[in-house]
Design a protein around this ligand. Sequence first.
Ligand code: BG6
Length: 296
Amino acid sequence: MATTHINTQEIPGRVFFTEGNNDLPKVVIKTARSTADLYLQGAQVTHFQKTGEPPVLWTSQLSRFETGTPIRGGIPVIFPWFGPREDMPSHGFARTQTWELREISQLPGGVVSLRLGLPDSAEAALLPAFKADLWITVGDTLAAELVVANTSPSDEFAFECCFHTYFHVGGIDAVSITGLQGVEYIDQCDKFARKIEAADRIRITQETDRIYLDTTGPVEIHDTKLGRRIRVDKTGSFSTVVWNPWAAKAQRMPDFGSDEYLEMVCVESGNINDNTITLPAGKSSCMKIELSTLPL
Ligand code: BG6
C-alpha cells in the first residue's frame, strides 16, 4: 500500500504523544472515523472508538498504570507464553515491557499505522534470538499484527502468543458469541477438561475461561443492548480464548472493579497450548486480527 508519510514524529491532527495515566507515555491517534489510545508499555491499545459509537474496547476503572504492571484492558500482547510459568511473569513479558515506537505511517483515507518493536531484555536473552514487531492500524477498523522472526542461526524458537482483547459490551446478559460451535476447547474452569463446544450462540452466565483450539474462523460478539456486533477476523491465529472472571474472581482481582465483569468479555486470538508455534531458525510468523463493528 502506498504511504504518504513515514516517521516517528507526531502528525498534526492525527497522532499525538502525551502522558497517560500516572504519566506513562501514550500515543493518541485520531482518524476521520475513529480514535485510539496506545500505551508504549506493552504496546497496548487501551481505547478504540468509532465516531458516534460506544467504545469497542474495555479498560478497567481500577487498572493500575504502573511501570512493570500489566494494564487491565484494551489489547494486552501476550508473548512468548500464555498463562503462568514458574518463576516468570504470567502471560509472558511483552505486556510489561516498554516497546519502541519505530514508525508511524499515514495511509490513504486518513488511516494511521504504527510499528513498535519489543526491546532487548534479560528475559528475552534467555530464549533463542528473535525479533518481535507489532503493527497497529487505526481506521474504520482496528488491526493488530504481531510478526515474530527467529533470528537464531541454528535454534528453533517455540512460543505462544495472544491478543488478549477486552471488549466493551452493553451488558453481559445481552451478549452471545458465535463462530466456535463444534470446536474443541480446554475448560480452565473445569480442571482443564477437553470438551467440544455445543452452542451455536455462547452465553456467559458464570466464570468462563476456555481455550478453543484449531480454530481460524471469525468470531462475533452479538450485543442486543448496544444493538451491534463486534467481529473479530484473524489470520495466523489458531486458538481463541473466551474469558469473563464473573463476580467472585473479579472481587479477588485488585485491578478489576467488582461489578465490571457485567460490561466486558475477552475474546482473545492467539496460538496457545496445542497451537504453540515452533519457528525453525531464520523463519518468521505473523498473527493478525481486525476488529470491526456492524449492526445486529
Ligand atoms: C485469560 C486466562 O486469558 O487471562 C485466564 O485464560 C486469566 O486464566 C486471565 O485469569 C487474566 O490473566 P491476568 O494475568 O491478566 O490476570
